[in-house]
Design a binder for this molecule. Structure first.
Ligand SMILES: [Fe+2]
Length: 283
């Protein structure tokens, strides 16, 4: 169902929780009015998939730059000639996929990215969807007692689970620009509940890849509550599932969502170009 408040684009929500497909936009010929509608859809739906695009790397970067300064991955190598573009490639013979499991991107950074954008270069006809979860909804659904406790907590985020000795995803040393030890030992702190700088809404801000413990708590003490939050924050009613097509440009608000890729396409190739936008320090 089209949303009547958009004049230049057609916006079709994916689920009652979050996510929308956008039709009728040609990002290679973007004007300010159309961008304003896309940006509004992004803030309203948290995840958008702009269908049927044919973009060069420079055009993808140009579109992303309208949201803010582009971010270059601290630990992983970018595309030749385009360091801001990370190629996420799964070959038919690769056993593991990139970044499996629920997470928000790069929250081990003091300023995690505002949003991430994947441009689907080549995707399987079936399989390789991405799940997203709305972290405003997760926060809103909790009891006043739980909210009051979480409002005062600080989470310690680090790269250990992803970049440690036993990486949980397909990050090989060849893809690293930093040494693995530096990546694994990077830690920073963020409020467990953050206020979105643009919408003013509160969102839960922990994720199983990077949130290691609460500040002032031991890992042992933190574990049960974190495990509860990790499970609660991705309940089915907070999610949507995005199916990719060649030429889809998907983008998520990394400040109020988590996502996970789905590994159901072994034996097939999937190639995405990822661009991320600099974010601010969570508050
Ligand atoms: Fe990710």
């Amino acid at each position: 169902m089209a949303n009547a408040s958009y004049r230049r684009i057609e916006v079709r929500p994916l689920t009652g929780a979050l996510g929308a497909e956008i039709f009728g936009a040609d990002l290679s010929r973007l004007d300010d009015e159309m961008f304003a509608e896309i940006r509004r859809a992004f803030l309203e739906h948290l995840v958008i998939a702009i269908r049927d695009q044919a973009l060069t790397p420079a055009q993808q970067k140009g579109f992303a730059a309208r949201f803010g300064a582009l971010s270059t991955h601290r630990f992983l190598k970018g595309l030749e000639g385009h360091p801001e573009i990370l190629e996420i490639r799964r070959e038919p013979t690769d056993r593991k996929i990139f970044a499996e499991g629920w997470h928000s991107d790069v929250t081990y950074q003091e300023r995690p990215v505002l949003g991430s954008m994947l441009y689907a270069k080549e995707v399987p006809a079936i399989g390789g969807d991405t799940l997203f979860a709305n972290q405003y909804m997760a926060y809103d659904a909790m009891t006043p007692g739980m909210k009051a406790m979480l409002d005062g907590l600080i989470g310690i985020h680090g790269g250990r689970n992803v970049y440690g000795d036993e990486p949980t995803s397909a990050i090989t040393n060849a893809k690293l620009v930093a040494d693995r030890k530096t990546a694994a030992e990077t830690e920073t702190e963020h409020p467990v509940v953050r206020t979105h700088p643009e919408t003013g809404r509160k969102a839960l801000f922990v994720n199983p890849h990077y949130t290691l413990r609460f500040k002032g708590w031991s890992e042992e003490e933190s574990k049960p509550l974190l495990a509860y939050l990790f499970e609660f924050s991705v309940r089915p009613e907070f999610t949507c599932r995005l199916r990719w097509h060649d030429g889809s440009l998907g983008m998520w608000d990394n400040r109020c969502t988590q996502h996970t890729p789905i590994d159901d396409y072994f034996g097939k190739r999937r190639v995405m170009h990822r661009v991320t936008i600099e974010g601010d320090r969570p508050r």
